[in-house]
Structure formats: structure tokens, C-alpha cells
Write a protein that binds this ligand. Structure first.
Ligand SMILES: Cc1ncc(COP(=O)(O)O)c(C=O)c1O
Ligand SMILES: N[C@@H](CCCC[NH3+])C(=O)O
Length: 441
């Protein structure tokens, strides 16, 4: 049996379950492709992070990076858990607002926030704006001064530290579009400008080195680098940041080969390093913020598909096609991300074939999984691709005019539809036919 699955995930009929709900029942009720989440698992991940902070008795904030999975119901889960969220667009901000999420607990990120988005953030009373560059700093200074609205900000810095991860999801290196460069002292200049702005309250410094990180070292290095910087700023600029925000990026287990650290191990190391470095460098102890995205939702989610066509090329490969693909999970095509799948009707069945799981999109690169061992399969069987809870739905597209799947939350044996399946009508809802139909030849 796949090592991501335990007996607790199976019911008496050996069907795969999620949050105590039979996945085959979910398919009957909501059809495929379908994103399903074990909501209890999300809550547990949040608790696990909280507990390490509590155990270390430090001031902290967990800000869920909602780009990993943003939907009204998810912001509600975050609100119920009492954590903050970060948003990276007017759309995410609006969704959080619609969810009734407390706007004071939102942080707003982005390397090119529009004036409209910044104005929306001020209108909503967003708790903190994480300023990325001089252009934004100037705009926000002007806006907050015009409105006489005191606004909390952090500055995002690029620490010049590369995370060992796929280059597309590495963000902390010097050559990055994100944040004020430290090495060329752009950050010093930004601090001075922020301090001079009458309505900006600079509460902390942010950095994020990348995503799907498996090592502690990068986090220790950013703490070290930032606290060193804070010590210099204290004396040179009289600036005492209250918050060190180390971003997210905590790696998760997608396949049996991945051996991530526990989220708690990351956080424990960050806390210990912050305590040690602040003491050593005579910096007042800082409030520690983290921004986990993937690690809160990835393994809590899976995607259910129905198997259809298959193709066997003798001596080469067997393809099994599902009714979704790169439109609902772009990660394999974009990052060569690896996933594993199980047969929902009985994940304990012995392997009888090696097959590659193809999507239905018009691209050769639309492959979800290469060469996986599977039991015997037939068209109509339900395949569960595991651990798709992060950056699956949130990066979904209507490529080939395929409607996006529904999202269902499952907990304590109950399921609830939280995002409806798109319909064909949704696909043409925004289209405007030619004004002069006779022009259509
Ligand atoms: C600024 C920032 N914070 C947090 C995250 C969340 O990262 P992850 O989903 O890897 O935890 C990201 C995405 O990489 C990010 O850009
Ligand atoms: N979308 C990426 C990570 C997000 C990077 C955001 N800064 C992924 O699926 O792995």
C-alpha cells in the first residue's frame, strides 16, 4: 500500500476515505475531477505550528499564505483557528473579505500591487502591507498621507540566500524580482524613506527564500542575516523592528521519496536561532511571523479523477488517461513536480502494472505522473492523486475550455461543497459576441 495511506484512511469496504467520507460516495455525489480536503487535517497542521510557538513561549503570528489554496471556506477555517492570512492580489483580498475574515489579520504582499489594490487595502483596513519596492513605497506614502491613514507596513528584503529548491520557486536569491536588495543597501534607503513617511508605521522586516524547502539551514541563515542587520539599524538608523517575518516554504511529502522535516522542526529551529541571535547581537527579542502555505494544505487535499482511455506502446510505456490534468494541476508540467496515486476502490490491492497518468489536455506535457505501479485498472475506476491540496485549485485554469472542478471539504464523516464545479455556461459568461453578427463569415 502507498505509504501516504494508512488503515485509518480506509473503510470496511477498503475504499479510500477523506475526513471519514468514502471517496467513491464523493464521486457519486459531486462527480470528477474533484478536489477534496480533509478539513480536520488542515486544522491539525495549524495547531501543530501553534503548539511549537506556545511551547517556546515567544510572541508570534502564523499568517497562512492563501495563494496555496484560496476559497471563502478556507479563509473561514483560518479565521476559526485564529490565525492571520496573507494575500497577494485584490482578488484574494476580496475573497477573504467575502469570507468575513477579519481584515486587520490580513497582510498584503506582491511585487507590483496596483494603485487600485493599495487603495482597496486601505479601504478594507488591511492589517499590514508588505512593501516590496521603492515605487510601491512612494505610492503608499502618498496615499496614506492624502488619506491621513496610519498604516502598518513591513519591508520585504531579498536576503541573497538561495533556497535549495526548483529555481521557479526560489525567491530569496539576490537576482530576484522580489524585495529590497540587502547587499546594495536598498533596504537601508527604504527604511529611511518609511521612517520619514508620516503615516507609515514600519513594524517589521519580511523575507521569504522559496518554497518546498527541506533544510533548516536557509532559515537559520536568514535569521542570522536579519538580526545582524537589525543590530546595525539600531545604532545607525535608530530603527528597532518589532517583527521578523521569515515567510513560508516549509517542504511537504509528495511522494515516498520526499523526507521533509516536520513543520514543527522548522519553527523550533527558527525560534531557537532568533533567541540566540538577538541575545548575541543585543537586539530586543523579536516577534516571529511565519507564512506557511503549502504545509498547511498540501497533504490535506487530493484530487479524484475517473480513468478513461488507455494506450500501451509495447516495450515503451502504458498511458492511463484521466478526466482532468494540467488544468487542475499545473505543477507537474510547470515544475516537474511528482505525485503518487492510488485506486480509490481499494488502495491495498497489489500492483499489477506500471502506468503513466496522462491528463486530457491537448499537450504532450500534460502528464500528472510518470511510471507508477498500480493495481489492475479499468475505465470508470476512480484514481486519487494524493497531496494536491496546495497550488492545485489555486493555479487551475480553463485551458482547452475545460470547466474547473468543484472543491469539497470533508470532516467527521460529513462532506460539504465549498466551491461549485464550473459549468459550460460559466465559460462563456464573460464572452461578448461580435457586435455585428454579419461579420462572422
Ligand atoms: C511571500 C511568501 N510567503 C509565503 C509563501 C508560501 O510558501 P509555501 O507555500 O511554500 O509555504 C510564498 C510562496 O512561496 C511567498 O511568496
Ligand atoms: N506555486 C508554487 C509555489 C509558490 C511560490 C509562491 N511564491 C508551487 O506550486 O510549488
Amino acid at each position: 500500500m502507498n505509504e501516504q495511506i494508512t488503515n485509518a484512511d480506509l473503510n470496511a469496504a477498503h475504499h479510500l476515505t477523506v475526513g471519514g467520507v468514502d471517496t467513491l460516495d464523493l464521486v457519486q455525489k459531486y462527480q470528477t475531477p474533484l478536489y477534496v480536503y480533509d478539513t480536520g487535517a488542515i486544522r491539525q497542521e495549524i495547531q501543530a505550528f501553534k503548539q511549537v510557538f506556545e511551547a517556546n513561549d515567544v510572541n508570534y503570528q502564523i499568517s497562512y499564505a492563501s495563494k496555496a489554496f484560496a476559497a471563502v471556506a478556507m479563509y473561514q477555517v483560518a479565521a476559526q483557528a485564529g490565525i492571520h492570512c496573507d494575500v497577494v492580489s485584490g482578488g484574494e483580498m476580496y475573497t477573504a473579505k467575502q469570507a468575513g475574515f477579519p481584515m486587520a489579520n490580513l497582510s498584503f504582499h506582491g511585487n507590483n500591487k496596483s494603485l487600485t489594490e493599495l487603495t482597496e487595502a486601505l479601504d478594507y483596513g488591511v492589517g499590514c502591507i508588505i512593501v516590496d519596492n521603492f515605487y510601491e513605497l512612494a505610492q503608499l506614502t502618498q496615499l496614506t498621507t492624502q488619506r491621513e491613514q496610519l498604516t502598518k507596513i513591513m519591508l520585504r528584503v531579498a536576503p541573497g540566500i538561495s533556497a535549495h529548491t526548483h529555481e521557479y520557486i526560489s525567491t530569496g536569491q539576490e537576482d530576484s524580482k522580489f524585495g529590497f536588495d540587502l547587499n546594495s543597501h536598498q533596504a537601508d534607503k527604504a527604511v529611511k524613506q518609511a521612517q520619514a513617511a508620516p503615516y507609515l508605521d514600519l513594524i517589521g522586516i519580511h523575507c521569504h527564500i522559496g518554497s518546498q524547502i527541506f533544510e533548516l539551514n536557509g532559515f537559520k541563515m536568514i535569521v542570522d542575516k536579519l538580526v545582524t542587520l537589525f543590530a546595525r539599524w539600531q545604532t545607525e538608523l535608530g530603527f528597532y523592528p518589532q517583527i521578523i517575518n521569515v515567510g513560508g516554504g516549509f517542504g511537504v511529502k509528495y511522494t515516498s521519496e520526499d523526507q521533509p522535516l516536520l513543520p514543527t522542526e522548522f519553527v523550533d529551529a527558527i525560534i531557537k536561532e532568533t533567541i540566540a541571535q538577538t541575545k548575541a547581537k543585543h537586539v530586543p527579542m523579536l516577534e516571529i511571523w511565519i507564512e506557511p502555505g503549502r504545509s498547511l494544505v498540501a497533504t490535506a487535499g487530493m484530487t479524484l479523477y475517473t480513468l478513461g482511455a488507455s494506450k500501451e506502446i509495447p516495450g515503451i510505456r502504458k498511458y492511463l488517461a484521466v478526466d482532468g490534468g494540467m488544468g487542475d494541476n499545473i505543477r507537474p508540467a510547470l515544475y516537474e513536480a511528482k505525485y503518487e496515486a492510488v485506486l480509490a476502490k481499494d488502495p491495498t490491492l497489489p500492483s499489477e502494472q506500471v502506468a503513466s497518468i496522462a491528463g486530457k489536455y491537448c499537450e504532450s506535457g500534460d502528464m500528472l505522473i510518470w511510471d507508477q505501479k498500480l493495481p489492475a485498472t479499468k475505465p470508470g475506476d476512480v484514481l486519487a492523486v494524493l497531496d494536491t491540496g496546495a497550488y492545485g485549485y489555486s493555479m487551475a485554469s480553463n485551458y482547452n475550455r475545460n470547466p474547473r472542478p468543484a472543491v469539497v471539504f470533508c470532516e467527521n464523516g460529513h462532506s460539504q461543497l465549498v466551491v461549485q464545479r464550473e459549468t459550460y455556461a460559466d465559460l462563456t459568461r464573460l464572452d461578448i459576441p461580435l457586435a455585428t453578427p454579419e461579420d462572422v463569415k
